[in-house]
Design a protein around this ligand. Structure first.
Ligand code: GDP
Ligand code: MG
Length: 182
């Protein structure tokens, strides 16, 4: 976890996780990076970022994924958090509408710190909680379309789409950067 410097790697991408408190950001990251799920949310406080290596088109791509580590409780995170980010996952909880309503505010904050050409995905997490769903798939999809975001529903609990969501963002960053280089 943590401190690799990227030397000798083909690419190193910074990706940020944002969204309201308790939507499952830390668990999405631990599911992706270590295939773990924590039922105790307090256990995940304090992790700054995790680095995960993904292979794309035969190239080794390192994704450095940042977690808010609790800062989002104050409904904003520091500019240092966003600095240098080329991808973002904006997460809400499909069983809590208020977290979906907050997405616009998170997008605004993101746009004040980052280039809007960055790879962005809207993530409706906790899709295992179908019985207490509060936001429909269609609502998620249409917000994503309106804002020009990728969209996916995930479950950090049962691992649905977690790998895929991160990989789509990483692949999009790779494509964006390859285009700029050419
Ligand atoms: P964060 O504040 O956004 O980092 O959220 P956490 O990852 O700490 O998760 C908040 C709470 O939601 C914890 O109690 C988790 O166990 C729970 N949780 C996270 N992801 C899921 C999920 O996909 N499904 C369900 N049912 N619970 C989840
Ligand atoms: Mg967290």
């Amino acid at each position: 976890m943590g401190h690799e410097d990227g030397v000798g790697e083909d690419y190193l991408f910074k990706i940020v996780l944002i969204g309201d408190s308790a939507v499952g950001k830390s668990n999405l990251l631990s599911r992706f990076a270590r295939n773990e799920f924590d039922t105790n949310s307090k256990a995940t406080i304090g992790v700054e970022f995790q680095t995960q290596v993904v292979e794309i088109d035969g190239k080794e791509v390192k994704a450095q994924i940042w977690d808010t580590a609790g800062q989002e409780r104050f409904r904003a995170v520091t500019s240092a958090y966003y600095r240098g980010a080329v991808g973002a996952l904006i997460v809400y909880d499909i069983s809590r509408r208020t977290t979906f309503d907050s997405v616009k505010r998170w997008l605004e904050e993101l746009s004040t710190h980052c280039d809007t050409t960055m790879a962005r995905m809207l993530v409706g997490n906790k899709c295992d909680l179908e019985n207490i769903r509060d936001v429909s798939v269609e609502e998620g999809k249409s917000l994503a379309e309106a804002e020009g975001l990728f969209f996916m529903e995930t479950s950090a609990l049962d691992a649905t789409n977690v790998q895929t969501a991160f990989e789509i963002v990483i692949r999009e960053i790779y494509i964006n950067i390859s285009r700029k280089v050419l």
